[in-house]
Ligand binder design. Structure first.
Ligand SMILES: Nc1ncnc2c1ncn2[C@@H]1O[C@H](COP(=O)(O)OP(=O)(O)OP(=O)(O)O)[C@@H](O)[C@H]1O
Ligand SMILES: [Mg+2]
Length: 257
């Protein structure tokens, strides 16, 4: 089954490309067949992919939904556009995704815009009809600061899970400049320090996708036969449909970092 991860926030410069490129490289380095779907007019992730060397794990690049439809991948990472996004474009990306990750900078203007964007996202008619896991990654964070604490409080009030905090670090601009990722910069101390937060994010993504795939409809589609007591509330989940265990296979070597 293809796992499609949408990285999205209307706010420019919050870390969408940083998240999308590192996630794509992380899954690819671990043996997954990965497609990076660049939906931003600035083409930053396409430029990043163009800088990757032969020695690095292969990542296929897609620029349009037409291109994507003829492909078969284990993981698709969508690098969403910044700025204005039409409802049609938003819904196209949401419909294609299994899980949505919103990067957010811990700054007051970003908190305001981010809060509005998350509300708009989760109340979109597509997500109301077919809920999908949505989570926030705070980016360029200085841990244990009041601004970060205030951001976490806001997310708590919005009832959106906060799944990882990425620190402010020059390793991210280095990774972008070199077509690389924190997962691949094994000799870089700052990258090794950051990897733990990425494993938290990957764990959340893998678990969220597995759990929503295993979710059953809330009510039976066929009415129970007269004379039986097989109503909606007494139905048990069939064994095969029980939520899958936490997937740790994708990044087996995560604990060695
Ligand atoms: N944790 C971080 N520490 C330091 N610099 C970072 C971090 N995350 C991102 N950056 C830098 O911030 C800038 C913006 O990041 P990025 O391009 O990922 O944002 P974006 O949301 O994709 O922007 P846009 O909306 O323009 O597409 C880049 O120069 C990137 O290297
Ligand atoms: Mg970008």
């Amino acid at each position: 089954m293809t796992k499609t991860i949408l990285v999205l926030n209307r706010k420019g410069g919050c870390g969408k490309t940083t998240l999308a490129t590192n996630l794509a490289a992380g899954y690819a380095a671990n043996g997954s067949n990965v497609c990076l779907f660049d939906q931003d007019a600035q083409r930053s992730s396409s430029l990043w992919a163009g800088m990757r060397s032969e020695a690095q794990a292969d990542i296929t690049l897609a620029r349009s939904f037409d291109e994507l439809s003829g492909m078969d991948h284990d993981v698709i990472v969508i690098d969403g556009p910044g700025g204005h996004i039409s409802t049609k474009h938003l819904e196209q990306m949401v419909a294609r995704s299994d899980v949505i990750v919103v990067p957010l900078l811990p700054a007051s203007l970003d908190a305001q815009a981010g809060g509005q964007f998350i509300t708009e996202l989760v109340t979109n008619r597509l997500l109301r009809a077919t809920p999908k896991p949505v989570a926030v990654v705070t980016n360029r964070v200085q841990l244990a600061t009041t601004t970060h604490e205030q951001m976490l409080h806001l997310l708590h009030c919005l009832n959106v899970p906060h799944v990882a905090a990425l620190r402010e670090s020059s390793v991210y601009s280095k990774a972008i400049d070199q077509g690389s990722s924190v997962f691949e910069m094994k000799t870089n101390r700052a990258a090794r320090k950051e990897v733990r937060a990425w494993y938290e994010l990957v764990d959340w993504i893998d678990t969220a996708v597995a759990s929503s795939a295993a979710r059953l409809p809330l009510a039976p589609k066929v009415a129970p036969k007269a004379g039986t007591n097989a109503d909606a509330t007494s139905r048990r989940l069939p064994k095969a449909a029980q939520p899958a265990a936490v997937s740790t296979a994708a990044f087996e070597n995560r604990n060695q970092a």
